[in-house]
Design a protein around this ligand. Structure first.
Ligand SMILES: [Zn+2]
Length: 330
């Protein structure tokens, strides 16, 4: 009946669910992205609606690539939260109603395909390491600045420590007691100071105060507007890139001595726009905090995967899940 083992071309769908969007890519096992699609997440409508939007995004991206759902071997979904390994049940996610939500089982029932749900940062970290540091067995910390902050701590290419690492300690590290209130209940944690949502807020505040920018007079629709301004060398956009890199450096200074990675990989759509000015700021901030020589054994690099790390990482996790356990569907 099933013909999947006779088909040499393997397709997977990778989905990243972040603070603002559900993004999907149709991925071929030879590292080619064939199609991309995205919806707004609409967290306020609750888990069942978000789950249905994820499933619709999967069907749409498959259709965009002129394929059938039956040609997809598995679907990977990364969420910014803590997920129970194996079952893909959400244990912790900073949105109402998600604790204990069986997202993986619901998606399997809806799509009729193997689905693996995991932490988005960890999925992205594993894909980034495979591409940027192939064969590296030492400890790697990958951090992605998108709408929010995600990341993964790896050793031998596998997650280190408990499932909450580094999501809660790094993403929600409080840095400014007078900063904005975060969904985690604290003020001024890294996520609320250095992600894309934070950049848009800072940009609006600066424009309201009359700061000069090439975006003046335009409606700010999303992080893409900031990215375009940064790529054009807009001084305000670049200043905000440095601000977020400094916050990231402060957070890294707190955790690098404990986690002791050999490599720090940085990525996400914020880095794609302004990596060359952000990298020295992040690294110098760590050095200022920890002292000269503290980074002698640590390399800093920007991931080639850019903003695709989340969706490609989820697709790679999906392909790996069916390679390791062909019958795993829940
Ligand atoms: Zn927080």
């Amino acid at each position: 009946m099933a013909a999947e083992n006779h088909n040499p071309v393997r397709f997977a769908v990778g989905v990243e669910v972040d603070a603002l969007r559900v993004r999907a890519c149709l991925y071929r096992a030879d590292q080619e992205q064939l199609a991309k699609f995205r919806f707004s997440t609409k967290w306020e409508r609750g888990p069942d609606v978000v789950m249905a939007r994820i499933a619709r995004c999967v069907r749409t991206v498959v259709d965009e690539a002129d394929l059938q759902l039956s040609q997809v071997v598995a679907v990977g979904v990364g969420v910014s939260g803590v997920v129970e390994p194996g079952t893909g049940t959400v244990l912790r996610l900073l949105q109402p109603g998600w604790s204990g939500y069986p997202l993986q089982a619901k998606l399997v029932a809806d799509l009729g395909l193997p689905v693996i749900v995991g932490n988005a940062g960890m999925m992205a970290a594993r894909a980034a390491q495979a591409i940027d540091l192939p064969g590296e067995t030492g400890r790697v910390l990958a951090v992605f600045q998108g709408p929010g902050i995600t990341g993964g701590l790896l050793e031998q290419g596998k997650p280190v420590g408990d499932p909450e690492l580094p999501f809660l300690p790094l993403t929600h590290l409080p840095l400014d007691p007078n900063g904005p209130l975060c969904a985690c209940g604290q003020r001024g944690c890294l996520d609320s100071l250095a992600g894309g949502v934070a950049i848009l807020r800072l940009l609006r505040e600066a424009m309201d105060q009359g700061r000069t920018t090439c975006l003046a007079g335009h409606d700010l629709l999303g992080v893409g507007d900031w990215r375009k301004a940064a790529k054009r060398g807009d001084p305000l956009a670049l200043e905000l890139a440095q601000t977020t890199a400094r916050y990231l450096g402060l957070a890294l200074a707190k955790w690098l001595p404990l986690w002791q990675p050999l490599h720090v990989l940085l990525g996400g759509n914020i880095w794609e726009a302004a990596a060359e000015i952000m990298l020295p700021v992040a690294r110098d901030t760590v050095l200022q905090e920890l002292g000269p020589g503290s980074l002698d054994q640590v390399t800093f690099a920007v991931s080639q995967l850019g903003k695709a790390a989340g969706t490609v990482g989820a697709a790679c996790a999906a392909l790996e899940s069916v390679t390791v356990a062909p019958s795993t569907a829940a």
